[in-house]
Unconditional design. Structure first.
Length: 187
């Protein structure tokens, strides 16, 4: 069962993925095709791993369902960013998303219930750090920048912001409530 902490994680990741999507679109003409392939591949890998692990945990014992959901989320993530650059970037993003969603689902299936929160937070931290790095890289190519983007470009500030977000969200655990089996009364 999901909790408010998990809803925070998913919300923050969606916000940062949307930021990656917008920033990738804005700099698509200033960067090389290799940048586009890297943006698509790394975003699909981070989001696919997180989604696959999350659904592998949520749908314990149903590996096919969690794999299909994880693959689908990774595929859409990679395709949505790679689409801006070229067919090769699209293909790279799609294939990375498929692989990450599948690996995440297998990981989620294998993790013991005592380690569910650690696995989710680890995958979230990986996905969020990828998003931060892509936004940092794309902000360099923007010609007219608002003050908040220049503030974000300082490595110390962005690192501190990343750490504070992770610490705040990690304090919101448990992310998934473990179901307790019903035991009949003893006589």
């Amino acid at each position: 069962m999901m909790t408010i902490g998990l809803a925070f994680l998913v919300s923050v990741l969606l916000i940062y993925f949307t930021s990656v999507l917008v920033s990738s679109f804005l700099v698509r003409k200033q960067v090389t095709m290799m940048h586009g392939m890297l943006f698509a591949m790394s975003s699909a890998m981070g989001i696919g791993l997180f989604a696959g692990t999350l659904f592998g945990i949520l749908f314990q014992g149903q590996l096919l369902v969690s794999t299909v959901i994880g693959i689908s989320i990774g595929l859409v993530t990679g395709a949505s960013i790679g689409f801006y650059y070229s067919f090769l970037a699209l293909l790279e993003g799609v294939l990375s998303g498929v692989m990450a969603g599948m690996m995440g689902a297998m990981l989620g299936e294998m993790v013991k219930p005592a380690d569910w929160d650690k696995a989710i937070m680890t995958m979230f931290t990986i996905a969020l750090s990828i998003s931060f790095l892509i936004i940092y890289e794309t902000s360099i190519y923007r010609k007219s920048q608002p003050k908040w983007i220049r503030f974000y470009q300082h490595p110390f500030i962005s690192s501190l912001m990343f750490i504070l977000i992770c610490l705040f969200l990690y304090s919101q655990k448990p992310f998934i409530l473990k179901s307790i089996p019903f035991l009949p009364p003893h006589h």
